[in-house]
Design a protein around this ligand. Structure first.
Ligand code: NDP
Length: 247
């Protein structure tokens, strides 16, 4: 297989888009490090991937902690000698209006959605630079391209990831042959909406889900594979992937 012996780290691999991406990468022959906090979910996914003929390792990780991200990368490099792909996917979206002052939820979005991406990138870059190769995927969102009511803080975090991705790409592409792809999904079926504590916004998301067919995690995983499989000379810098029915 083309990717046999190559190694990936997927953050937020315990559910949704991250779990689907881990499965797809493993099916392509990559050894996949599964990073998230819920260890039992990760172990179950390791077993699933093994049953399907792939290889994965569970790496209990909190992306808000730089040391935790470094430990995950170190484990992969010690065991498998390299790191080829980083999927910065971990994210949270507890929606609310700003005047609800759910300040702890804002901070959690900043910590996971922004600092988490910075931390995992900082942990992965030295190995990729040493290899003079690599591909970093950053999970932004349609919310990184336009602002929606109730999503002010979430949109701010995803706009930050779009900006960071482009700046990172400009630096590490020419200098270190590392590609950077910013993924901007529309609505995807996952557990993301379950953390919304504001009853009105929770209902709004349930109504949205009832009104159209959301994307599946696998659809975003396919988009990641498309960018990964493109020729080395080509960097798919951005992918804006929407449900057909999402206006
Ligand atoms: P899920 O809620 O299913 O997945 C979120 C993942 O993030 C979980 O695996 C969770 O694992 C992980 N995570 C949360 N906090 C941390 C942390 N501190 N450290 C490590 N991992 C953490 O949602 P999705 O699959 O939908 O979301 C994946 C990404 O896609 C997010 O960045 C989201 O913003 C983005 N996105 C989603 C869209 C959608 O409509 N679903 C649309 C556009 C973008 P655990 O709790 O085990 O740590």
């Amino acid at each position: 297989m083309e990717y046999s012996g190559k190694v990936a780290l997927v953050t937020g691999a315990s559910s949704g888009i991250g779990a689907a991406t881990a499965r797809k990468l493993a099916a392509e022959g990559l050894i996949v490090g599964l990073a998230a906090r819920r260890a039992e979910r990760l172990e179950a996914l390791v077993a699933d991937i093994a049953r399907a003929g792939g290889r994965a390792v569970a790496l209990q990780t909190d992306v808000t902690d730089l040391g935790s991200c470094k430990a995950a990368v170190q484990t992969l490099v010690e065991q498998f000698g390299r790191l080829d792909v980083l999927v910065n996917n971990a994210g949270v979206m507890p929606l609310s209006d700003v005047d609800s002052l759910k300040v702890a939820e804002w901070q959690r979005m900043v910590d996971v959605n922004i600092s988490g991406v910075f931390n995992a990138t900082a942990a992965a870059l030295p190995q990729m630079i040493a290899q003079h190769s690599g591909h970093i995927f950053n999970m932004s969102s349609i919310a990184g391209r336009k602002v929606f009511k109730g999503l002010a803080v979430y949109c701010a975090t995803k706009a930050a990831i779009t900006a960071f991705s482009d700046g990172l790409r400009m630096e590490v592409g020419p200098k270190h042959a590392i590609r950077v792809t910013c993924i901007q999904p529309g609505a995807v079926k996952s557990e993301l909406y379950e953390q919304i504590t504001d009853a009105d916004y929770r209902k709004q998301m349930d109504d949205l889900a009832a009104s159209m067919t959301f994307l599946e995690g696998e659809d975003i995983a396919e988009s990641i594979l498309f960018a990964l499989k493109s020729p080395e000379r080509m960097d798919v810098a951005e992918l804006f992937v929407l449900p057909t029915e999402q206006g």
